[in-house]
Design a protein around this ligand. Structure first.
Ligand SMILES: C[S@@+](CC[C@H](N)C(=O)[O-])C[C@H]1O[C@@H](n2cnc3c(N)ncnc32)[C@H](O)[C@@H]1O
Length: 200
């Protein structure tokens, strides 16, 4: 059986995400991707950064099998075997990264996973190193589109610990870990890209 999974949203969001990454990623070093899911973003984006080692991760074994299978087909061999990384865990199986990327996770996981992501990224990144988040956010407590409000309700119905996060809450939690305020880029389909950088 082919272990590769496919998420329809990736075909829609991978180019806008790639455009943000082109602006903010360092040319060399290691990028840690948290919650890499199917692995399609890694396979698509990594070849555009030939100087970067791309380290994907996901706590779900089926996701890791999919990531490895997509990576085997990438046009450049810079993607490492996926790590078993739970963002909420106190210890991560990685102790350094020059950039951290997390796409569509913090609203589909308990808030503790988002807090763990910020804590772990702050521990791994050098001063100035980017933490890139992508997904839907509320702003000032309000949804930015009716579709996001409906999505939020469906997430909370699946698991009351899930839900579209408030941008200001994420920024405040990031500041508590030593990150500066995020650079916010509006993305298609009412999503945002947030780029946090560790203060020097
Ligand atoms: C909606 S998928 C997004 C996957 C991929 N980034 C994408 O955009 O297609 C959410 C992913 O978050 C992962 N995830 C859930 N809880 C997590 C946690 N505590 N730490 C890290 N990843 C987690 C899931 O295993 C899943 O692969």
């Amino acid at each position: 059986m082919d272990p590769r999974r496919s998420a329809p949203a990736v075909a829609r969001n991978r180019d806008p995400i790639l455009a943000v990454l082109r602006r903010v990623l360092p040319p060399t070093g290691t990028l840690l991707e948290v919650s890499a899911g199917t692995g399609e973003h890694a396979a698509y984006c990594a070849p555009h950064f030939p100087g970067l080692i791309w380290q994907p991760s996901d706590p779900d074994p089926a996701a890791r099998a999919s990531i490895a299978a997509w990576a085997a087909q990438a046009t450049l061999n810079t993607i490492r075997p996926p790590l078993d990384l739970d963002a909420a865990a106190a210890a991560w199986p990685s102790d350094r990264a020059d950039a951290v990327l997390c796409i569509n996770m913090i609203h589909i996981a308990p808030w503790e996973a988002g807090l763990g992501l910020l804590r772990g990224a702050a521990r791994l990144l050098p001063p100035g190193g980017p933490l890139v988040l992508y997904g839907p956010y509320r702003r000032g407590g309000a949804h930015t589109a009716p579709s996001n409000a409906a999505f939020d309700a469906s997430l909370r119905a699946q698991d009351p610990r899930w839900g579209v996060r408030n941008l200001e809450d994420v920024a405040e939690a990031a500041a508590a870990q030593g990150f500066g305020p995020p650079e916010v880029t509006e993305m298609p389909a009412n999503n945002l890209a947030l780029v946090f950088r560790r203060a020097g």
